[in-house]
Structure formats: C-alpha cells, structure tokens
Design a protein. Sequence first.
Lengths: 296, 319
Amino acid sequence: MDNKLINNSKSDKFILFLNKIMLGLIVLIVTVPLLYVLLGSFLQPDVLLTKGISFNPSHWTIDGYVRIFQDGTIMRGFLNSILYATGFTLVSVIFTIMAGYSLSVDGLVGKKALMLYFIITMFFNGGMVPTYLLVRELGMLNTPWAIILPGAITVWNIILARTYFRGLPKGLIEAAMIDGASDARIFLSIILPLSKPIIFVLALYSFIGQWNAYFDAMIYLEDRSLYPLQLILRDILIQNEVQPGMIGDQMARAELQRLAEMIKYSAIVIASLPLMIMYPFFQKYFEKGVMVGSLK
Amino acid sequence: MATSKSDTLYGNTPPVKKKKSGALAYIRKNYILYLFLLPAIVLVFIFNYVPMYGVTIAFKDFSPIKGVWESEWVGFEHFRNFLESPNFQQIFMNTIKLSAFDLLLGFPVPIILALMLNQLRKARVKKNIQLIIYAPHFISVVVIAGMIFIFLSPAGPLNTILGLVFDQPISFMSEPGYFRTIFIASGIWQGAGFASIIYVAALSNVDPQLHDAATMDGATLLQRIRHIDLQALKPTMTVLFILAVGGIMAIGFEKAYLLQTSMNIPASEIIDTYVYKRGLQAADWSFGAAMGLFNSIISLVLLVIVNFIVKKVNGETLY
C-alpha cells in the first residue's frame, strides 16, 4: 500500500482522522458490554449493583461459577448441545455435500427440475404449526431427532456447495473419467480431498447455528434432561429461575435475588466464551463462506 | 441393476429395451449421482413439502383425532377470524413497523462500516478491528436477550449512568415505547460488523488505479467514495436488499419472543410470536396455520414486488 503518490488535501486528511476516531468509538461500543459482563461475573453482586465495576481484589469472587458447576444443569445442557450440534452438523454436511456435488455435474439429466424442487422451499414453507404437527405425527417429539432432522437441509447450503464444486478444475474430473473412474470413485478420491474448505465452512455454520439455537428445542422438547444449553440459559437469564442445585442453604429473598443476578453473568460467560475464543482461528473460513455464497 | 442382469445373462429381453432414450441411459449410467441426491430430496420432501400440504389445515377445522385429511373444510373462516380480531391491526402493524424500521436503519450500517474500514491503510489494524466487530455475531440470541435485560434493568448500568441526569430509573423493558429501539439497536450492535464482510470484500476488488486517477483529477475523498466505492457496492447492495425485503415478515422473531414482557406486549407482539402462542401453546392449530400462511404470502408478494421495482430502476435482479 504505497499511497505517497496520492496527495491528500487538508480536508481529506481531517476526514481520515475523523474516520479513525469513529472506528475507535465503534470498537469501544462493541467491547465495553462484553467486558462488563466478563468482569461482572467475577464481582460480588452487591458491589456490582452499588459501585459498578471494581478492581479491588477483595470484591472479587468466583462464587457464581462454583454454584453453576455444583448444580450440573448447565453442564448437562452443555453436553446435550454438543450432542445436538454434532449430530445436526454430520447429517447436514454429509447430505448437503452429496447433493451439492451431484447438482454441480455438467449435463446431469433433470437438473433444472431438481433445482426447482429445492429452490421452491426458499420461497414458501408450511410454517410453524404444520411443521410441529408433522414432527409430532412422526413420533419425534421429545427426542433429539426433532432438533437434528427438520432443519438439516437448507437450499442455501446446497447452492453454496454446488458453487464451490463448480469452481474446481474440470480437467481433473475429465481425466479421471477417461481413465474409467466411476462417479463414486471420482467423488471419493478426487472431489472430497479438494473440498476441505467448503466442508469446513458448512460444518462451522451448522455447528454454531445449532449451538446458539433455542426455539426448536423449546417447541419440541419437554423433558428437562434433554434441554440444550440455550434453553437452560433462557430459564436463568429471561425467566429468572434459579436451579435448586445452585442454592446450598436457606436464603433470604434479597440474598437469593443477588445470587440470581451473579449467576446470570457467569452463565453468559460460560455459554459464550468457547465460541469467542475459537472464532478468531476460524475467521478466514467465515469470510470464505460469505464469499462463496456471494458468487451465486 | 436387475434389468441389466437379464439383458446379459439370458439375452431374451426384446431388443427395443436396449435402445433406451438418452435420459434413461444417462440416469442408469450415473445412478450414483442420483443416489447422492436421495437423502436431501427425502429430507426436503418430509420436512418442507409435507408441511406445505399440512398448511391446508388453515382452511379446515383441524382435530388431531381426525387428522389433516379427514378434518372438515371451513374455507376462509380462520383468516376472517384473524383479520376481524380486535388485536389484528396492532399485531400486523407491529410486525410491519418492527421489520421496516429494522431494515431501513440496519441496512445502511454495514455499508458505512465497510466504507470506513476501507479507508484504513494499515492492514493489521484493519484485521484487528474486523476481528472485534465480528465477535458479537457469534453470541446466541438468548445471551443477547439476557444481556439486554441486565443492562436495561432499573438497577442496571445504563440506568446508573442515566441516573446522573434523571431522578427516576427508566424501566425500559416494561415500556412498550422502547421496544423497537431496543430490538433494532441491539440487532445493529450484534450484526452490523459481520454483515460488513461482504461489502469489505467487494471494496477490495476496486481497482486502486481508479482512485489514483480520480485524485489526479482533483476529486476529494468523499467524492471518490461516492462515485467509485459506492458504485462498486451497488450490485451487492441490490441483491441483499431484495433478500432482506423478502424476509421482512420473518424478521428476528426468536429475539422478539425473548424480549417480550407482559408489559411491552402492545409493541412486541408480532405475527410470528402470536402464531406460536395461539397455534402451539393454546393448540389452536388451524388458526395458527392460517396466520402463518397469511404471513408467508405477504413475504412472497413483497419479494416479487421489490424484485420488480429494482429491476425497473437499475436492471439488477435476484432471479
């Protein structure tokens, strides 16, 4: 980036300076709420309420975290979420990649009709009630299948995969065909090894999407032992419920209230930290995913 | 497979069968490709097409005992009930207002962000800022709603700051007047950074020589942004805008439901939250299905209209 040639005028320089200040402000607006929750989770609740964030070590505590781990509800939700997100990702990615590959093959007979079959679902769907009734009819209520199967195939992801496969060098596939390789063989030994980026992108999107979802679980699951993490969080954060295992002994109402507040902060941190820590390593894949999609 | 066996082993099949039409021969030869498609086709059929048939209960009096097929037809009764119900106007307007304001206020922010980021000369600084402003995108909607309740509670940090000016704490979450602002502002806080990715990438494709040439001709920075950068973003903006309008009736309903309190219902009840409450929670199946159908038809019509208008205006189109 050599911009010495460009002779910025005074007003341009002022605008560039202003731009930097504004971006700095934006970074603050994004980070301050996150840091507030992170620091708040280590503060005694009454200190946080009366004095705000304090850096006095005598005000610090890890009581919120201890109580969460004692109770076990959140940990069980954590495990359930891992199970659902993994299952969902496997089903979704495997079937999406397979379908996307077939639809990317030149001269596939019936391609137009098949694409139409998938694309219609982008513009029209039965809606919440008919889908619920179907899931109930299939006997999947209150089972992990209700979370894993209904949303596993999305047209958008199939198009994403198809676009990626279309971008692969045609020569490789043709050479293999001339050598007499079957479709299955071409897919397994030529296409798949070249598809790591798209597989990774799809897997990340599916996993995170499922990890952060609560609505399907709220509709389809009744048994609390099946609840994923987000549904447990909803009880704690939105419904203000305190899990019995988090309170050791009899407490005054006011004390209980303060405790509930503190647990909220710790619960947010526990639920969000894994993704916050991992996502910088995956950042380039997210960008790649957006880019492949934008090619149409 | 069975037919090919009989062809070769016994040779007693009539010769006509060998001269299959090109399509059938292709399918037979490449059956693996169709096998690959099968799981996706089946899942989409079950979970997308069967509910489309199930939506006929919107025109029936669905009873779980009779099933979808056997339940009695009632025509447009449920639609009429919905349209004539006293809270229809409020719920409908809430949906339109929430999504329209969300679109109008939220749509430009990622574009402006991308234009701002594009002016940064140091690649490392730019990368780090991007890393930070993308982060909220990965926070779940439940946690976002939880944070909103914490920050805006009468004893929360925002009221502590406002306490310097006002005497009384404001109960944001129980005041309908604040609902839309909270919903939209938190949406921008969470999503604008990540949504800017696509615009940042489009800007990186702009030929720097264009800027050099314009500068030589005496164009100011703002002029160059307007005539070069913004022009480069136009195709992306168009496609995303059409898609956003198509999704207008389905906007952020999971968050709206979480942010609902018994006090802010007059502003926070939108069609989809009402579908959930009436259709599933109250088991008023047919009524819920009718409302849902009403909602998706409006989305479809909006999508077609906007696509038509945009096509007329600047030749770009979605399909």
